[in-house]
Design a protein around this ligand. Sequence first.
Ligand code: C5P
Length: 316
Amino acid sequence: MSPTSLSVVSGSVIARAPSKVNLHLGVGPRRDDGYHDLVTVFQALSLHDDIRVARASDLTIAVRGEWANSVPADSSNLAARAAVALADWAGRPAKVAIDIAKTIPVAGGMAGGSADAAGALVALAQLWKLDISRDELAEIAADLGSDVPFALHGNTALGTGRGEQLMQVLSRGEYHWVLALAREGLSTPAVYRELDRLRESWSGQDLDEDELLRRPDELMQALASGDPHAVAPLLYNDLQPAALSLQPSLRRTLRAGVDAGALNGIVSGSGPTCAFLCADEQSAVNVAAELSGAGVARSVRTASGPAPGTRVLGDG
Ligand code: C5P
């Protein structure tokens, strides 16, 4: 059954939301509100979650897939919070059944929870036939979490502020990735805290905020050229030392991917997923096969980017 006919038959709407990798993640000092200013380049990846919503007598949430047991199926789930936020905006009760088919790793640094929130927003806006602009949706999204606006937006974008202020980045071509998913997740706040701790311990030197938050022009030029060989050496993540400090075994994972033939490897966002950029699709398949055999990850996936932002499936 196609997604379109499924929508019609059951009165439900399904949205597909992408994961992300940060090609560049520059992190400023901790702000007074606990957040950190960022300059980041996001790329949305084909690894996605599907979020189905249907009218119900109450707000319920169900999660399916490999990661189902690690996700709260209650009102703390970011998709449920998204439903409540959108219902408040629309002045209606959040009576809806949300069903999430998860393939994005949980606590993996790939914005899986943000994808589910973005999916709920887009699917519910359609189910409830709301007259809401993308900008208004993005505002609700930013209140839910720093990465939710990008999950809506997709493609390639420069993120500033907490990561919620987005500007489209010109990117040519398709990039092929191998993702090494870790056995244990990492909590995003814990990784930011570890970065603050490491920075304090690094001889107490003052952080040069301008330098930390410099726009990665060279990377943006490389993306416009469409050449993965130009992009690969420019991958950069300030959170990587913090993620490696909390999960030292990730060093071995990163080395194994490069030894297997990837152009470069990086911790994705706050980790612990490691993302390896490959020369082409065939190379990604080869690297994935070798990495699977190396025993350094819970599981290994291939993905491509940039992927589109969150969208209703089968809606032409
Ligand atoms: O915005 P979100 O709820 O996804 O952020 C989760 C946590 O990650 C925050 O509570 C904060 O500890 C950390 N964070 C940060 N600076 C950012 C984004 C997130 O310190 N720009």
